[in-house]
Ligand binder design. Structure first.
Ligand code: SF4
Ligand code: SF4
Length: 165
């Protein structure tokens, strides 16, 4: 649901705390190439089909089957093949504003105007005036991942746990 999304200009910064909440109860859709890569390595038990789409399977506790508790934090053990939907969370990129033309979501990337919002359910969001780090590092990385120009995450993954990518 789009209502409640926060325009990026209302966010000071964001950092994933590895709370793992976004990996509970959420159906992660897979693109075809992601589906092929993941099932080739992990088999078909880790995916499920519904409404004509393929998703990562959730366990009996409703958590994604790739979520594991490590060092007191919840860690994604699919790091090297993390689906695009997971890499982008809690960010959403749209071609048009969802509230109004001046809702603080407009973001210029190489002459193209995109509209960026954050899902308010993520605990890593710090409200306020956008910091230099957020504008210079985090937002460009989100956009480049979303546009398929970049694959590796540097600023958009949790730094609480050092995980070999
Ligand atoms: S993206 Fe947000 S909700 Fe998901 S694990 Fe990180 S802090 Fe938690
Ligand atoms: S693949 Fe990783 S980030 Fe995505 S829902 Fe599963 S555990 Fe969470």
């Amino acid at each position: 649901m789009k209502r409640g999304l926060i325009p990026w200009r209302e966010v000071r910064t964001w950092e994933c705390t590895a709370c793992g909440r976004c990996c509970i109860g959420y159906r992660v859709p897979l693109k075809m190439d992601e589906y092929i890569r993941i099932t080739k390595l992990y088999g078909y038990d880790v995916v499920e089909v519904g409404m004509g789409k393929v998703y990562l399977r959730r366990g009996p506790d409703n958590r994604c089957v790739f979520l594991r508790p490590i060092l007191g934090r919840w860690v994604c053990t699919l790091q090297s093949m993390k689906p695009l939907a997971c890499k982008l969370y809690p960010f959403r990129i749209y071609m048009r504003p969802i509230y109004s033309r001046e809702d603080g979501s407009a973001y210029n990337y190489r002459g193209k105007t995109l509209h960026i919002y954050l899902d308010p359910h993520c605990e890593g969001i710090k409200p306020g005036r956008p910091s230099e780090h957020f504008v210079r590092h985090i937002l460009p990385e989100v956009v480049e991942i979303g546009l398929g120009l970049r694959w590796k995450q540097r600023y958009t993954t949790s730094r609480r746990i050092h995980w070999p990518l």
